[in-house]
Design a protein around this ligand. Structure first.
Ligand code: 5SP
Length: 223
């Protein structure tokens, strides 16, 4: 079984103090940095690009940077993120004309590859690529904004993808993103997630260490 990872989404950080915010969540016990890239085309919001990723590396961030591309098309931005210091790059199959080729491009760039399923994207998209992936990311909200509520049908989807991973590719991580809180994370872990993105639940808290500690303790009760 993969280790538990808590990955705060910097979408909810104070962008005016981004380096300090990232230092603070890592000091508070976070394992990865989740980096949401939105293009005002694939999703109706606009955020940050490779320059900001590179700036975090220059600032001294050594933790894995987990880049979630909500951009279309995908391929031309992949090498830029690899050069900027991304560790994992995940993308949406709807945003790539050739999903298998994009996975290879990410891996050839030296990064780990993830495929992201929106709430309404069927799990069958994984049928022919699961073994080529390092991570599956299930969205438990519609992508584009932080602070939305967890969509309950994602729990069943997590169980289905967990069964696929266990049967065919146990090295693949299963990440969940959207509406993850300290009070629902145990149920999400029990359904099969090992990697947890949380934005507003962490960055809106007064004490990052307290909320990350509560999340890890809740996950430990079921994994
Ligand atoms: O990718 C996204 C939204 O598109 C997420 O990473 C959100 O940023 C998670 O925020 P919370 O739901 O945890 O506030």
């Amino acid at each position: 079984m993969q280790s538990t990872v808590i990955a705060p989404s910097i979408l909810s950080a104070d962008f005016a103090r981004l380096g300090d915010e990232v230092d603070a969540v890592l000091d508070a016990g976070a394992d990865w940095v989740h980096f949401d890239v939105m293009d005002n085309h694939y999703v109706p919001n606009l955020t940050i690009g490779p320059m900001v990723c590179e700036a975090l590396r220059r600032h001294g961030v050594t933790a894995p940077i987990d880049v979630h591309l909500m951009v279309e098309p995908v391929d031309r931005i992949v090498p830029d993120f690899a050069r900027a210091g991304a560790s994992l790059i995940s993308f949406h199959p709807e945003a790539s004309r050739h999903v298998h080729r994009t996975i290879q491009l990410i891996r050839d760039s030296g990064c780990q590859a993830g495929l992201v399923l929106n709430p309404a994207t069927p799990v069958e998209v994984l049928d022919y690529v699961l073994e080529d992936l390092d991570m599956v990311l299930l969205m438990s909200v519609n992508p584009g904004f932080g602070g939305q509520s967890f969509i309950p049908s994602t729990l069943d989807k997590l169980r289905r993808v967990r069964a696929m991973i266990d049967a065919r590719a146990p090295q693949v991580r299963l990440e969940i993103d959207g509406g993850v809180k300290a009070d629902n994370i145990a149920g999400i872990a029990a359904a099969g997630a090992d990697t947890f993105v949380a934005g507003s639940a962490i960055f809106n808290a007064d004490d990052y260490a307290e909320v990350i500690g509560r999340m890890k303790a809740a996950v430990a009760t079921v994994r």
